[in-house]
Structure formats: C-alpha cells, structure tokens
Write a protein that binds this ligand. Sequence first.
Ligand code: NAD
Length: 452
Amino acid sequence: MVSVVSLDRLPALITSKQARVGVVGLGYVGLPLALELARAGFNVTGFDTNSARAASVNRGISHILDVSGEELAPLVRDGLLHAVDNFEQAGELDIIFICVPTPHDAAKAPDLSFVEAASREIGSHLRSGQLIILESTSYPGTTEEVMLPLLQASGLTPGEDFAVAFSPERVDPGNKAFDTHTTPKVVGGLTPRCSELTKLVFEQILDRQASVHIVSSPRAAEMTKLLENCFRSVNIALVNEMMLLCDRMGINVWEVIDAAATKPFGYMPFYPGPGVGGHCIPVDPYYLSWKARQYDFYTKFIELAAEINLSMPFYVVSRVAEALNSCEKSLRDSKVLLLGAAFKKDVNDARNSPSVRVMELLLKEGACLDYHDPYVEEVTVGLGIFSRRSRDIKLKAVRLDEATLKAADCVVITVAHSAYDFDWIVANSGLVVDTVNATRSIKAGSQKVVLI
Ligand SMILES: NC(=O)c1ccc[n+]([C@@H]2O[C@H](COP(=O)([O-])OP(=O)(O)OC[C@H]3O[C@@H](n4cnc5c(N)ncnc54)[C@H](O)[C@@H]3O)[C@@H](O)[C@H]2O)c1
C-alpha cells in the first residue's frame, strides 16, 4: 500500500531513521552509499537493472573492492539492505538516490540514457512526500532540464509535493584515507527546503568531520563536481607535458616533482603516467565542453588537457619501441608483458583504462602481447579504431610467475598495484619500461629499467 504523505513529515522520518531509502544503481558509487545508509540504520532498497548484480548483493557478495562481503552480508542478513531489479517498490520509498552511469558516446557526447531511464521509472511511481537526489556526474542543467521533466510527468509539483536535489558523488575508489562516510558533501536543491532535507539525510550518514555544503542550485552543484574533475584532468595533463619535456631535456621528472612537493603552500603534486581512465576524469570534462558549446563557449584548457592525456598511451608505446630498439629488437613480434589493466592502482575497474589503450596500440604494432592484473581477469580490446581488424577481442590475464617474466622481451608497468613485488619483477625481467615510477625503491637491477 502506497501511503500519501507530505514533505513536512520527512525531517522526522529522516532523523528517526524511519525513512525508507532507495539507491538506484549499485555500482562503485551506489553500493558504498547503500552500505553507509544501511549502517546508519535506514532500511535500504537497492535498484539495479543488472539482475545478476542485484542477486549477488542479496547474497551479501560485493563486486567492489572498497566494499567487503564481511561488511555487506550482515546488513543483508539483518534485513537493512536488499536489492531488486525492477522499480515496483519505488513508490514505497521516502528518499531515492540515483547513481547510474553517465558515459559519453564514441564521439564523446554525453550519454544520459541511464539517467533518463531511471528518472522515467521513478517518475512513473512518484508520490507526494518523496525526495529524489541525483548523484551521477553530469553537465550543469541535467537535474532541471533532463531529470525534472521526467519526474513532473507524475503531475506533482516539484519543491511542493516532492523534493529534488543534486549532490555530486566524490567517492574515490581505492582511497584509503577518504570514503563515502568521511568525504564532505555538496548539495544543490531545487528550493531551500529541498537542500535542507538532503543535508539532513547526509548528516545521518557522514562522519562528524565531514560537513555538508549547500549551494544555491542544482546547476551550481553540478558545476562544482565538474570543476573538481577538470582540475584533476588539467593538472595531470600539465605534469604529463612536463614529463614529455623533461624526457627531451634529459631531466628526471620524478625527482623534480618530489622536489617541488617540498613547498608547503601553492603547490600540490600530480604525477605523470600512461594517461587517465575510469568513469570520471576522461569523461566528465567532455560533458562540460559539450554543454559550453550551447553557449558559444569553447573550453580550451579542458580540451587541451584531454588532448595531452589522450596522447600518453601513444607516447608509452613509442618508448617501448625505443627500449626494444636499444636491445636490437623490433616491437613487431616481440613478446611484451603489460602489468596492470585497471585504470589506477588497487581498483578492479578497467573502464576507459589507458592500459587497455596501450594494449590496443601494441597489438596494432604487431607485438605479441600478454597482460597481468591481480584484479582484472579479462579485458575487451577494441582494435577497430587503430587497425583494419574491426573486431573487439577479449584478452585474459596470464599467470605472473618467473617464467612469464623471463619469457618477455619487455615488461611494461602501467599500474603500480600494491600487490606487486617490484623487486621480484625487475629481478626476473630482462627489460622493464616503468610508466608510473613503481620501481623507485628497487634495490638491484635498475639498469634494466627505462623510467618514463
Ligand atoms: N566510479 C567512480 O569513481 C565515481 C566517482 C564519483 C562519481 N561517479 C559518478 O557516479 C555515477 C555512477 O558511476 P559508477 O562508477 O558507480 O557506475 P557503475 O557502472 O559502477 O554502476 C552503475 C550501476 O547502475 C546500474 N544501472 C544502469 N542503469 C540503471 C537503471 N536505469 N536503473 C537501475 N540501475 C541502473 C548498472 O547496472 C550499474 O550496476 C556516474 O555518473 C559517475 O560519473 C563515479
């Protein structure tokens, strides 16, 4: 039975944890959020159109490294968290978070189909008294221009009958210092009441040190997230460019970064590497440049940063070819072993991973490629863009042992997973190209390492 309530009742329901909460999308963002809400004592329903994912959550099994089965299973067992693969129960909930993907298409234009689908489903079950919070990263205007009209199809009035807010998710998978519980939140409601209600929800689940910062509108909150991610993209591009110059000038960029980082103000270190990956840094800036063009505005910094970051896998492959050349071997037909397929250290997410781009380029050049990653068993390598072989192919991770290392003409380190023993890797390899300075503290064999 769906009860008719008004927004006036929501504050008491939130502070008493009687509010029933839904989280749409149980991925890297949604599952940790659902866990925090359930831990705080809310009754949480997770919605995921991927039935297998919903079923595994109901068995207490997590697919995210940051959420352990030991944390998840008791909450499921105690009935605080359960997952479904359809929206039948959406009308029964008081608060619904939307944490669905916001990828770009092949031409790097925003793909909001997941936000639209989730909003349409919620809109068809919407009742008065509900609070809907969008957490997916998108361009300024998404909440009001894309989500809101689909919710209004219910005939209800936003801000009066139901509340709407945007609150960007800032979780950084693999980060041991900050997580969903300890990271401050930014909230932009459609009205001041929408903001206050959303703030109240976050205050129930956040650590006391983590504040909730209210901005004047959903658009300001959407732009905040894009500023944060463009800041990262631009600074990574800057240090990548510095690395290219240092290489040309025969200067060790890592030494320079360490030295600059001794300055206690006005500088924070960013590190070069094989490029940027994941669902955020290589995607979100394009959302902003796409939207900016509607205002006859060209985001030059952002596009330049993307250009430099996208060029890094090509540079890595040129350095691998050069390193092999110095051993009188050609890249074609050489055995190359790539270490790391995830987009960064200690995560199992290979979406938009620069390592996968490096794999595509190595294969295009005719290298005999194997890869290893402790967290990524299989990757799909798209060869269509770079070669006449138009099919995607799947590669499976090989076992990492002495024989595999010794058999490789060149070992390329693209991710410095903590699980790797780099002393052992270098000791058993003939030639190593290190793109992330993973070998900085190796004790012997540094003459075999090409650092880029
Ligand atoms: N991954 C990150 O580190 C991170 C950090 C901050 C913000 N974000 C943003 O958060 C959002 C989610 O990212 P993610 O990494 O958690 O994605 P994800 O792919 O890990 O998870 C999304 C989940 O949503 C499900 N889903 C898709 N459409 C659905 C629908 N209509 N209804 C219900 N479930 C649906 C998918 O099956 C999947 O399980 C994106 O906008 C992303 O940019 C991600």
